[in-house]
Design a protein around this ligand. Structure first.
Ligand SMILES: Cc1ncc(COP(=O)(O)O)c(C=O)c1O
Length: 493
């Protein structure tokens, strides 16, 4: 019987030690059963290309420890009574693992985990790239950041050498509280706010808190894929609720029997529509009646162009049912990984306990820098500048679509945010146009490529594109849409 032993001559351990460890591993592993016969020391030495003495010493050690038996001249066998203490004596797990060629059995995975489609590190970009919701690195407030980091390092005290509050640093929670008061009409006391690693981390905390295997959770159909996949990873049964030109159709909620709903009411992802006040109130009434919480993902509504800032759903919630998820990913950059939750009172303590269990809170320096940025008024100016730039690019996009595709060019979501949804001219397929545009160095993105989650086969998926404009100047937008128009013409021909 050949035994799978792999000797490394350059290893730190002697050959004898390696033979001993690997045979012991195979026995403890069950790969060498009790009473199994081992090759004679002569055979083993020949197979392994080592001296017989090396094998004999390894065998002797295994016999002395009770792993092997030799029965006079009958041969050498795995002992039929491996002492219990030997089973505890798995000193070198690495030896066990490296010779267990079968992949280890997975523990009972109850989750079907899928990666979101919008993780796009190092993606090759077209010269004119309409990727949605992207933060342009030229807009990052680098000098201010450098200064605030230095200032805060020099007065860090014990903030870097001690744990901070799991909810996040008080200065940032206070700053977020007042920012939400002025820009979203929310009364969000600092003690209801938990700082997270972006919106996704906040959503994760909420899921851990509220979602159980098989629980019905209503989502917009279509919706943000990273939220849908996260909910599914916790075992949620997603109940897709259609979206029309006013957002989620609230009247369809009752039939779902859901006890949680995830929405993007200010700028529905991906259609871009805004839910009006009347429907927002009906959503809250449903939540109260159904004893449900509403997760409001307010990812990009710092940028509203044609009207004053919109009061968040959480700002009109008289039932304390809304879990507000905010993020600095769209306003400072996703690389800073800072976001926050504003929680209904009843969820604050359990969420804090979970946050504590999962990370003990977020890095202090990142938080204090953002807090200072907000408190100094720098953030307000930064947002004003960004809003101005995006507004111009948005105008160029709308004008370009109307110029090249006529006054009836069909798009939604241009009132706010960093992308619109464009329904393509008749007969043009999204997939074909993406390919045709890439040939003229324009990056276009279909529903799927931005990670939108949709149940059923809507025309949106086949016939629409998500056009982001936040990294393009008005000139680039106009040039890009001109090239897209030429590509559409060639496809139509
Ligand atoms: C709908 C939606 N929610 C939230 C986010 C922000 O996620 P995070 O703060 O985790 O970067 C995004 C980013 O693209 C988004 O599209």
């Amino acid at each position: 019987m050949a035994i799978p032993i792999d000797l490394r001559r350059d290893a730190a351990h002697s050959l004898q030690e390696q033979i001993y460890t690997q045979i012991r591993g195979l026995i403890l592993n069950g790969r060498l059963a009790t009473c199994a016969r081992l090759p004679s020391s002569r055979e083993m030495a020949r197979d392994l290309g080592v001296s017989r003495n090396t094998v004999l010493h390894a065998y002797d050690r295994l016999k002395n420890e009770g792993y092997l038996d030799s029965q006079d001249n009958a041969g050498i066998f795995v002992s039929n009574a491996i002492p219990d203490q030997c089973l505890d004596y798995v000193a070198d797990r690495r030896a066990l693992r490296s010779f267990d060629r079968e992949p280890p059995r997975r523990p009972d995975l109850r989750l079907e985990v899928t990666a979101p489609a919008n993780v796009h590190l190092d993606r090759a970009r077209a010269r004119i790239d309409f990727w949605y919701g992207r933060f342009d690195r030229r807009n990052f407030p680098l000098n201010t950041w450098r200064r605030l980091i230095n200032e805060n390092l020099s007065r860090a005290g014990s903030n870097l050498s001690e744990y901070g509050a799991p909810a996040g640093c008080h200065e940032l929670r206070k700053a977020v509280s007042s920012h939400l008061g002025t820009t979203r009409g929310m009364n969000a006391p600092a003690d209801r706010i938990i700082i997270t690693a972006g919106a996704q981390d906040g959503l994760n905390l909420v899921c851990r808190l509220l979602v159980q295997q098989g629980q019905k959770v209503a989502v917009e159909n279509p919706c943000y894929g990273s939220a849908a996949l996260l909910l599914k990873s916790y075992g949620a049964e997603l109940c897709p609720v259609p979206v029309d030109h006013l957002g989620l159709r609230v009247e369809n909620l009752a039939a779902t029997h859901a006890s949680l709903v995830y929405v993007t009411p200010s700028h529905q992802f991906p259609t871009g529509v805004t839910m009006p006040l009347e429907r927002r109130h009906r959503l809250l009434d449903w939540a109260e009646k159904a004893n449900s919480f509403v997760i409001e993902d307010d990812y990009d509504s710092d940028f509203r162009y044609d009207s004053p800032p919109l009061t968040a759903l959480a700002g009109i919630d008289q039932y304390d049912r809304v879990i507000y998820v905010g993020s600095f990913s769209k306003s400072i950059g996703p690389g800073v990984r800072v976001g926050y939750l504003v929680l209904p009172e009843v969820l604050v303590q359990p969420a804090l306990a979970l946050k504590s269990l999962s990370s003990y809170g977020q890095p202090w320096l990142d938080q204090i820098v953002i807090a200072d940025f907000i408190e100094s008024g720098g953030y307000r100016n930064h947002l004003r500048k960004l809003r101005h730039r995006y507004h111009e690019s948005r105008d160029a996009l709308v004008a370009g679509l109307r110029k090249f595709f006529g006054p009836d060019a069909d798009f939604s979501g241009d009132g706010c945010g960093m992308h619109i949804l464009w329904r393509l001219p008749n007969g043009i397929k999204a997939a074909d146009l993406v390919v045709a545009a890439s040939k003229v160095d324009v990056g276009l993105y279909s529903f799927e490529s931005v990670g939108a989650y949709e149940v059923g086969d809507s025309n949106l998926r086949k016939n629409s594109l998500v056009l982001g404009y936040s990294t393009l100047s008005p000139v680039e937008v106009t040039e890009g849409i001109g090239r897209v128009a030429a590509a559409v013409k060639s496809l139509a021909a």
